[in-house]
Design a protein around this ligand. Structure first.
Ligand code: NAD
Length: 417
């Protein structure tokens, strides 16, 4: 199977034939601007030392400072981080915020580390990359297995190393340390805004729909809460340990609480179990992949019965599966649009930190919905013109915006009178 970065390149090649973008811009977007690979020393609580490999890939700063999360996962590779960084570049352009794309990661299973060791690892990683990040340079955020606490440590260590107080160096912090209201639910909320808009365009609604969700962390669990509040039923869900299903509807509030307390689905009693891969093909109207990349492939795409796929995860669908699903009339709301709510509210957090303002949760959610609905309209308009599916339409919109911001773009004559 192709790697995540190869899949990014495949999508760019498909779009380059249809987008109104010259080949220089396309070539530029295919290669990350900077790649940092670091060796991170960490002292274990038992006194031993270990070294972990970490990355920070700064893919594009054409439209603004680099922006992107940090992932802690044993399967992290440079190729994966490159793809995640490139998708951030596309995403920030799709939602039209003045930021570029980056991503970071450490190949580690944080569940093997105590909280003190996780803090030590985060501070050590920050020490390794602190010269290359900053409020106007590159602004990290949480991703898989990193949380507001991780970002608080990163901001604190960055401040200590630079002798500054700079909450704007990272987003996704706790509220007490300069985080924004609504950042915790932003990814799911932005996705639901897009889902509602597409359903509305189809003369349909979320109420009464059956939903299957792969992954029950920040993105998946919040999506479960929001779709349930809108009258839909979550019929299948999984985490990394097990998958459960109930056609009458899973008890979402109870599961959210259980996961927040550190519970694992495999330890749940009284639920009917399904094979983890069957969450994707479960009889549902809406499928929400909210775990890792490369889940919907040419092998299982034909068995997907959902009419809508809301990609809260990054890169869950391969280009081959994407084409298959589009030809079957399944609406795929692509990651670069559907999960952009997280980076939009990260942008709001950054603005609040730089201006010393505090916005209420209502203000944040209202502004988030405005940005998401406008982005959806831009993408939907392009999709209608070309009938290429929402992913390629989103890439068209993004690549045209990035190309227009390149220094080589056509000059605009400014004449003073
Ligand atoms: P998280 O660490 O909070 O949760 C990840 C969830 O996925 C956990 O429930 C984990 O058990 C589950 N999982 C892992 N491997 C799995 C597997 N093979 N099968 C089923 N479940 C599995 O992470 P998150 O922040 O919710 O991120 C999930 C996805 O959403 C990632 O692709 C991430 O890049 C993307 N995303 C997150 C944000 C954000 O703001 N958190 C923003 C944009 C995109």
């Amino acid at each position: 199977m192709s790697t995540p970065y190869q899949r990014f390149l495949t999508t760019v090649d498909m779009v380059s034939a249809i987008a109104n973008v010259d080949s220089t811009a396309i070539e530029r977007i295919k290669v990350p601007e900077r790649i940092h690979t670091v060796s991170i020393p960490m002292q274990r609580e038992n006194g031993g030392h270990e070294f972990y490999t970490g990355y920070r890939v700064q893919h594009s700063s054409v439209r603004g400072p680099y922006k992107g999360g940090i992932r802690y996962h044993p399967a992290v590779t440079l190729d994966e981080v490159m793809a995640l960084a490139a998708w951030m570049t596309i995403k920030t352009a799709v939602v039209d915020i003045p930021l570029g794309g980056a991503k970071g990661g450490i190949a580690v299973d944080p569940h093997d580390l105590s909280p003190a060791e996780q803090e030590s690892l985060t501070r050590s990683y920050t020490e390794r990359i602190h010269r290359d990040i900053g409020p106007q340079v590159d602004i990290p955020a949480p991703d898989v297995n990193t949380t507001s606490r991780t970002m608080d440590w990163l901001a604190d260590e960055y401040g200590r190393l630079t002798g500054t107080t700079s909450p704007a160096v990272t987003t996704g912090k706790s509220i007490a340390n300069g985080g924004s209201q609504g950042r915790d639910t932003a990814t799911a909320q932005g996705g639901i805004d897009v889902l509602m808009a597409v359903l509305n365009d189809a003369g349909d609604e979320l109420s009464g729909k059956r939903v299957a969700i792969q992954g029950f962390g920040n993105a998946g669990a919040n999506a479960a809460r929001l779709v349930t509040a809108a009258g839909a039923t979550v019929v299948a869900a999984s985490d990394s340990t097990a998958a459960i299903a109930d056609d009458r509807g899973l008890p979402v509030q109870r599961l959210v609480h259980y996961k927040a307390e550190g519970g694992r689905f495999e330890d749940l009693d009284g639920f009917s179990r399904i094979m983890p891969e069957n969450v994707l093909t479960y009889d549902a109207d809406i499928l929400i992949p909210a775990a890792l990349e490369g889940q919907i492939t040419a092998e299982n795409a034909s068995q997907i019965s959902a009419r809508y796929v809301l990609e809260l995860a990054n890169g869950p669908t391969t280009p081959e599966a994407d084409t298959q699903l589009h030809h079957r009339g399944i609406a795929i709301l692509p990651d670069v649009l559907a999960n952009a709510g997280g980076v939009v509210v990260s942008y709001f957090e950054w603005l609040q930190n730089l201006s010393g303002e505090h916005w209420s949760r209502e203000q944040v959610n209202r502004r988030l919905s405005q940005v998401m609905e406008r982005a959806y309209r831009d993408v939907a308009r392009r999709e209608q013109q070309l009938d290429i599916g929402f992913r390629l339409a989103a890439y068209c919109v993004a690549l045209e915006r990035i190309a227009a911001a390149l220094p080589s773009a056509e000059p605009v004559l400014l004449i003073e009178s």
